[in-house]
Design a protein. Sequence first.
Length: 135
Amino acid sequence: VFCKFESEGNRNEVVNWFRKSFTKIDDEQIWSKPDAPLSERSITSIVFAAKSYLEKHGFNNRGLWADPKKGILEYWRKRVLSVRVENDQLQIQCEPNWEKHFKYEEWTNMVGIVQSKLSRSTEKGAGKGGKAALE
């Protein structure tokens, strides 16, 4: 569920109320938090997509470490890639020995989906209503 609020204070009040009042509905865990800016969500998406992609291609899950706040993915504590958003463009830097793993259509399609969301967010204002969501 996505909710739009008139102010950050109203948003935080409702989110805190949900956190305190509900932890489960029908034995399903409820999670609530303020929405992160699109650039942060894009970085998180790419970092975890890269992790999942490498797992799918046989890399040991225990060795993969995703840190979306820093925008990095590591394998056994060695950097695989770093991600940032600059001027609404994804900037993905693969380490030299890892570039060969990310040259396939499956990966470029995943990156393309995230990039198109970033690009659309700046075309005609943010969101369907034309107003930017609180970030």
